[in-house]
Write a protein that binds this ligand. Structure first.
Ligand code: FES
Length: 128
């Protein structure tokens, strides 16, 4: 810890005092190569800090939302087979049904809460 203390209280102030910081922005263009090398660590530190602040302030892109939030979440993929015999069935497309894969009308509450417009798909056998 002594080396850190010595660096922060003695070495760093000495380094900062000897930096050839120009009085104006245009003065940077007049620095010699040796002076640019001398000021480079401070310049990189300032640029890094500005980038960290900018990255921290930028909004993170949200992860795509799940469609299914309640049905068979432990399965990798849900595939349901439904036999349709002489009648019409309504299959859920909102993933909110408590009788999934069949529609139980839960899409109405979902639509009201979210402004969505989902509904079931009606499947029926063709008359023969
Ligand atoms: S409950 Fe999902 S479409 Fe009706």
């Amino acid at each position: 810890m002594d080396c850190v203390k010595t660096y922060l209280t003695a070495e760093l102030p000495l380094y900062l005092q000897t930096l050839p910081i120009p009085d104006t922005l245009a003065g940077f263009a007049e620095l010699s190569t040796e002076e640019m090398v001398q000021i480079a660590p401070l310049f990189l530190l300032v640029v890094s800090m500005v980038l960290m602040v900018v990255v921290h302030l930028l909004p993170a892109s949200p992860a795509p939302a799940r469609v299914n939030t309640q049905i068979k979440l432990d399965e990798d993929k849900i595939v349901d087979k439904v036999a349709v015999k002489d009648k019409e069935v309504y299959l859920c497309r909102c993933w909110k049904s408590n009788k999934f894969p069949f529609c139980d009308g839960s899409h109405n509450a979902h639509n009201k809460a979210t402004g969505d417009n989902v509904g079931p798909v009606a499947v029926r056998t063709e008359a023969q």
